[in-house]
Design a protein around this ligand. Structure first.
Ligand SMILES: NC(=O)C1=CN([C@@H]2O[C@H](COP(=O)(O)OP(=O)(O)OC[C@H]3O[C@@H](n4cnc5c(N)ncnc54)[C@H](OP(=O)(O)O)[C@@H]3O)[C@@H](O)[C@H]2O)C=CC1
Ligand SMILES: CC(=O)C(=O)O
Ligand SMILES: [Mg+2]
Length: 644
């Protein structure tokens, strides 16, 4: 049967009568209703497949005709009859949420997947009932980008730029992605760190339309149904957070949604995954953030975080439902979970699902790439270095473990031996053997024999690291003393201040270069502008997992990988390191610029896919001959399509 009661989008509906929207103009006249074929259980049928068939089209037309009749009752005396009862409706009066679904005319202009705005050509304006809905000018995609960039640049406040970009994403997806691809270095700090951090802090106030799925404790027992409410069926990548450790900003509860949304827009712009294949998810189990719990604009569950069995059950239901709904090969990226859950989730689902923890694994891969590249600048192999971390959580121990793995492979030594050159400091000081009993499990491998040291500067003086890495989530911990100590030990100290957003960075680029008299090789998690020091310009690099996860995910997808393996992380690091050019090295950079990121992502994807084939974890057979070309050919293009 045809129902007027349910809302669904027909933009993916295969053409009926050769037209993309299914109904003729006369059929659409006054069209304001959704036409959804209901299954026997009353649920809508395949919402992305052929919703309208020839047999139910007749019914749809009849249904529409009855509405056209209603619309015809416009009153002559200036008023229009309130046929929908909108003027008289009150909250306690039950009404049906009728909605529009046909992607042509006014609706087409509001469909972000197909809207082209002023770029609709004359023929399309005729064929798709756009006449009068647009001003006469027809402009190119490029001009649209120039205009939007001009608009965005007028805003002084980064959050305004962020909101303008989110509005654009909802209005015209292809324009959003073209802008992001063409101006990646300028826009990355807006849609991603640091601005996305502020957006999450204020997400309740700026929230307009759902950009992803919210799965809260209220949905326990119904997660599969919730997944089915998402309009797209062919999901390939899910980024999921529970909002407990959003960047270095702590527990932002449900408002962490900005992170999966931002990460997935990078999956598309940087890694070429189709936007419709991306699903942002926030699991809401409450928040321990008292300010948010008191905030009238907070959009999440107003309760303290569920833990233990209640937490585990919701997560398990989600993981099971994802596999059931999207199959074995959907990639689930865990993002910004607190470390007391992150390691356990990765271990629990690593053998049953295609899962990847970006904070543990993606960060590790990007830092290892930078260190491999840095060999050219400092003339040392990885095994020649001594590493000291401030912060021994997901990022810190994740990076440490991958460095140790690479050293052990390079030197043919055991992992235990390789770990000996790596030291970590947490909030209580240097991690040493005496503390082993009280350490969380992921810190234990790093508890080497040494006297207890509380202060970082003293740890630097005692351990004499050649590489100092900040993963504490706490800003300004690389003080003048600390940087000067690094500079007194090393001709070219490697200093990576990875914590995000900028406010949490362990030091600024200016501090690193100034306090080391311009000798530091510096990169940070959030971007810093170039710095003038001693008559020279220093260009800081950005050590951010955004270099890795888009290409990594693309590699898994093109190979049809079913599991993530640590050797794939090493393969991604090698690919990224190999993209650093002599020109980059000459500027002191250990990462290539983001402006070439799609090319870089294709290289990473090819290396990761190749490793998946080698490990027998790939299911897409036969293996494409040229994986780089294949990866490039699979990438989403933001070019407009021409409509019949
Ligand atoms: N650049 C990038 O690509 C990435 C950056 N990050 C950033 O790294 C930061 C940390 O993330 P993550 O590892 O997941 O967080 P975790 O919470 O897992 O780890 C934080 C670690 O820092 C330690 N710490 C906290 N305060 C201090 C302090 N004052 N002195 C010394 N150590 C301290 C904690 O110690 P204790 O264990 O004692 O509490 C803990 O070991 C965040 O800001 C995040 O944004 C994360 C992933 C990627
Ligand atoms: C970059 C990132 O993943 C983080 O800061 O958490
Ligand atoms: Mg993260």
């Amino acid at each position: 049967m045809i129902s007027l009661q349910r809302c669904c989008f027909l933009q993916n509906t295969p053409s009926v009568s050769g037209r993309p929207w299914g109904l003729s103009h006369s059929e659409r006249k006054g069209c304001v209703l959704v036409k959804v074929a209901l299954g026997s259980n009353g649920r809508s049928g395949d919402r992305t497949g052929s919703v309208l068939t020839e047999s139910n089209l007749k019914e749809a037309r009849e249904a529409e005709a009855s509405v056209t009749d209603l619309n015809a009752k416009s009153m002559v005396g200036g008023g229009v009859e309130d046929v929908y009862g909108e003027d008289t409706a009150t909250e306690d009066q039950q009404v049906t949420p009728w909605a529009v679904s046909v992607a042509s005319g006014y609706t087409l202009l509001r469909d972000p997947h197909h809207n082209k705005g002023l770029a609709f050509n004359e023929k399309e304006r005729d064929a798709h009932y756009l006449r009068g809905l647009l001003p006469p000018a027809v402009v190119s995609h490029d001009l649209q980008v120039r205009k939007m960039m001009n608009n965005i640049r007028q805003y002084q406040v980064p959050l305004q730029k962020y909101m303008a970009m989110m509005d654009l994403q909802e209005r015209n997806g292809k324009l959003f992605y073209k802008m992001l691809i063409d101006h990646v270095e300028e826009l990355l700090p807006i849609v991603y760190t640091p601005t996305v951090g502020e957006a999450c802090q204020k997400y309740g106030s700026i929230f307009k339309n759902p950009q992803g799925l919210f799965i809260s404790l209220k949905e326990k027992g119904k997660v599969l149904e919730v997944l089915r409410n998402w309009p797209e069926r062919r999901i390939q990548v899910i980024v999921v957070t529970d909002g407990e450790r959003i960047l270095g900003l702590g527990d932002l509860g449900c408002q962490g949604m900005g992170i999966p949304v931002g990460k997935l827009s990078l999956y598309t712009a940087l890694g070429g995954i189709r936007p419709s294949a991306c699903l942002p998810v926030t699991i809401d189990v409450g928040t321990n953030n008292e300010e948010l719990l008191k905030d009238e604009f907070y959009i999440g569950l107003r309760q303290r975080r569920a833990t233990g069995q209640e937490y585990a059950e919701l997560l398990h239901e989600f993981m099971t439902a994802v596999k059931q709904n999207y199959g074995e090969k959907v990639l689930i990226q865990f993002e910004d979970f607190a470390n007391h859950n992150a390691f356990d989730l990765l271990a629990k689902y690593g053998s049953t699902h295609l899962v990847f923890n970006d904070d543990i694994q993606g960060t590790a891969s990007v830092v290892l790439a930078g260190l491999i590249a840095a060999q050219k600048l400092v003339g040392k192999t990885l095994a020649d270095h001594t590493f000291l971390f401030l912060g021994a959580g997901e990022a810190g121990t994740g990076i440490a473990e991958l460095i140790a793995l690479e050293i052990s492979k390079q030197t043919n030594s055991s992992l235990e031996d390789a770990r000996k050159k790596i030291w970590l400091v947490d909030s209580r000081g240097l991690i040493v053997r005496d503390r082993i009993e009280s350490l969380q499990h992921f810190k234990k491998p790093w508890a080497h024999r040494h006297d207890h040291i509380k202060e970082l500067v003293n740890a630097v003086k005692a351990i004499k690291p050649t590489v100092l890495i900040g993963t504490s989530g706490v800003g300004r911990k690389f003080t003048k003393d600390v940087v000067e100590a690094m500079a007194s030990i090393n001709e070219r100290p490697i200093i990576l201040a990875l914590s995000n957003p900028t406010s949490q960075s362990e030091c600024t680029a200016e501090e690193a270069y100034t306090w080391s008299q311009g000798r530091a090789i510096f990169s940070s998690g959030s971007p810093f502008d170039p710095v003038e020091y001693g008559g020279k310009t220093f260009v800081p690099g950005q050590a951010n997992n955004a270099y890795i996860f888009p290409g990594f995910g693309l590699g898994l997808i093109i190979a049809g990988a079913i599991r993530v393996h640590e050797d794939m992380l090493l393969a991604a690091s090698e690919a990224l390191a190999s993209q650093v050019t002599e020109e980059n090295f000459a500027k002191g950079l250990i990462y290539p610029p983001f402006k070439n990121i799609r090319k870089i992502s294709a290289q990473i994807a090819a290396n990761v896919a190749s490793k998946a084939y080698e490990l027998g974890l790939a299911t897409r057979l036969p293996q494409p001959e040229n994986l780089v070309k294949y990866a490039e050919s699979c990438m989403f293009s933001p070019a407009y399509r021409t409509y019949r």
